[in-house]
Ligand binder design. Structure first.
Ligand SMILES: [Zn+2]
Length: 252
């Protein structure tokens, strides 16, 4: 477009210099200067729009690098950053549905963003005389495969093909305890694979229903969501940037 206009301008100049016109030389110069100015402005506009496009492309790649950083976001050992939780890591014992110890030692690892949300939820609960007790946190993908082999029911154990949010370090299995550590009745034990553990199941005492509701509303307030079948399981909603992992933690 710019080139075509420049050529037109040159043609016009040649034409003007070759023809005798009635127009005074001064006004001819003025007209040419106006044309040149218009072309220069047009060129600047094109340049600006190119810069805008470049900025938006760089903006996109900046967004991608943010996602990459999130993917690398660290796993943290939650016991190292807060003393206010209680731990009863069932898969580091034989007291679980596998009847096997599948972790070498008891540790609760989650993504740092998830840890922050859990601490905020626990702070809320502490004000009401309760605390969060963990049963399971990050779970290596290979352990997920073992669980699926023993209990291939997608209502309770995620198919390792797609993986579990536990494998991403963004799901936790938890219950409430009193501030002093005393047990709270939640209606069933952890890993009770039956209707009684469902959120929709209401043939429970008022106390149990209130306990489940307190846990659910607090966790939902801090960015977690439930699954239908397990009152103890919570997924951190913003887990899309996290990949399925399969490392084992150090036991020191
Ligand atoms: Zn779970």
């Amino acid at each position: 477009m710019v080139i075509r206009k420049l050529m037109a301008l040159i043609f016009l100049m040649i034409l003007v210099s070759c023809t005798t016109t009635e127009v005074a030389p001064e006004s001819q110069t003025m007209a040419l200067l106006e044309k040149a100015k218009a072309l220069r402005l047009r060129g600047e506009k094109v340049e600006q729009s190119l810069y805008r496009k470049k900025d938006s492309i760089e903006g996109l790649s900046a967004g991608e690098s943010v996602r990459r950083v999130q993917e690398r976001s660290n796993f943290v050992n939650i016991a190292k950053i807060s003393d206010d939780f209680v731990f009863d890591m069932k898969y580091a014992t034989k007291d679980n549905f596998l009847k096997k110890q599948v972790y070498d030692c008891a540790k609760c690892l989650v993504r740092d963003e998830v840890a922050k949300a859990l601490i905020a939820a626990n702070n809320d609960l502490q004000k009401q005389g309760y605390r969060i007790k963990f049963f399971d946190c990050y779970r290596p993908h290979s352990v997920q495969k073992k669980m699926w082999k023993i209990f291939p029911n997608p209502g309770y154990v995620a198919n390792p093909k797609g993986g579990s949010i536990h494998n991403k370090g963004a799901a936790v299995d938890i219950t409430l305890v009193r501030s002093g550590g005393g047990a709270i009745d939640m209606g069933t034990k952890f890993d009770h694979f039956g209707k009684k553990a469902h959120h929709a199941y209401t043939k429970l005492s008022k106390e149990v229903l209130a306990n489940r509701k307190l846990l659910r509303t607090t966790m939902e307030k801090h960015g977690f969501k439930t699954i239908k079948t397990e009152w103890w399981h919570y997924n951190f909603k913003s887990n899309q940037g996290y990949k399925i992992s399969d490392f084992r933690w150090d036991c020191d």
